[in-house]
Design a protein around this ligand. Structure first.
Ligand code: PBG
Length: 325
């Protein structure tokens, strides 16, 4: 088809035509809102690098979750910031832990909202790494036992889905086995299967107070140069019993989302991370971009690449626009 017989602009003439031929859809059903929770009452600490987001005590958290639910957002992802940290991150698997309490409160007030809990140690350890340290190394096999305990304590508190974000080898199987042993075979695992070692997590580490005290996460998170490895990691988690495969971050890794979508037949989630949020918010504040349009374009690009669902700090902002349509 060549000009002048073919004129692609014919179908771009007005919004009704553009809507009719639009290939990718974005809906509130696709959105998952990440939230940060702390102990106490009436607490709403602003996160300076993530304008519009707060560390919330349970009472405030429930209100935000309710607002999200009322906008049609089906799920939240919870991150806890504990009062005290130690070498083994014991607060992470305490039945009275901050996430466990938050899950109970949300499920109590909004039973139909899906509560997903992030399973990791880095917010809970005094050294800020995602695992147990043994002779200055992150001990994989000791860590996955603790991760399974964290997942179990979340599910006992009422979590609908667990999402391990640590990048230890074998953790999905370890979690699946422990959940099954305790009659939680119905609880799905959303695996952060393909998680890169990324500077785009910067604002999150400030929000969750989880920056490593020494070194970095390169011995467990993936090297940004690798894409075949993303397929191996995904296949491994599928074999181990994952129900949803996540790619993280999203924007600098759209090729990876596309590739995982082609090769894996499970639902694919993408995490539009804190740095991707902060970048747009900052440019908007400087008057350099239309933040709302940039947000919608970015979320659409993640869907177009092949993600079935998006974890995003923009969930509320995007939902407000999507429900008006
Ligand atoms: C914890 C975890 C991180 C994120 C989600 N879970 C940070 C990290 O790995 O350092 C990042 C999320 C974001 O940047 O929005 N392991």
């Amino acid at each position: 088809m060549l000009f002048p017989d073919y004129r692609p602009r014919r179908l771009r003439r007005n919004e009704a035509l553009r809507r009719m031929v639009r290939e990718t859809g974005l809906s509130v059903d696709d959105l998952i809102l990440p939230l940060f929770t702390v102990s106490g009452k009436g607490i709403e600490n602003p996160i300076s690098s993530m304008p519009g987001h707060f560390q919330l005590s349970t009472d405030k958290l429930v209100n935000v979750a309710k607002n999200a639910y009322d906008l049609g957002i089906p799920a939240v992802m919870l991150f806890g910031i504990p009062d005290k940290k130690d070498a083994l991150g014991t607060e992470a698997y305490s039945d009275k832990g901050v996430v466990q309490q938050a899950v109970k409160a949300i499920k109590n007030k909004i039973p139909d909202m899906i509560v997903i809990t992030d399973v990791c140690l880095c917010q809970y350890t005094d050294h800020g790494h995602c695992g147990v340290i043994n002779k200055k190394q992150i001990d994989n096999d000791a860590t996955i036992e603790l991760l399974a305990q964290i997942a179990l304590s979340h599910v006992k508190a009422g979590s609908d889905m667990v999402a391990p974000s640590d990048m230890m080898d074998g953790r999905v199987a370890e979690i699946r086995n422990l959940l099954d042993e305790h009659d939680f075979s119905n609880i799905p695992i959303m695996s952060y299967a393909v998680k890169y070692c990324s500077s785009f997590y910067g604002p999150f580490r400030q929000a969750a107070d989880s920056a490593p005290a020494f070194g970095d996460r390169r011995s467990y998170q993936m090297d940004p140069a690798n894409s075949l490895e993303a397929i191996r990691e995904s296949n491994m988690d599928v074999e181990e019993g994952a129900d949803i495969i996540m790619v993280k971050p999203a924007l600098p890794y759209l090729d990876i989302i596309y590739r995982v979508r082609q090769e894996i037949d499970l639902p694919v989630a993408a995490y539009n991370v804190s740095g991707e949020y902060a970048m747009i918010k900052a440019a908007e504040k400087m008057g350099w971009m239309d933040g709302t349009k940039a947000m919608m374009e970015m979320l659409m690009s993640i869907k177009r690449a092949g993600a079935d669902m998006i974890l995003t700090y923009f969930a509320m902002d995007a939902a407000k626009i999507l429900i008006k349509k």
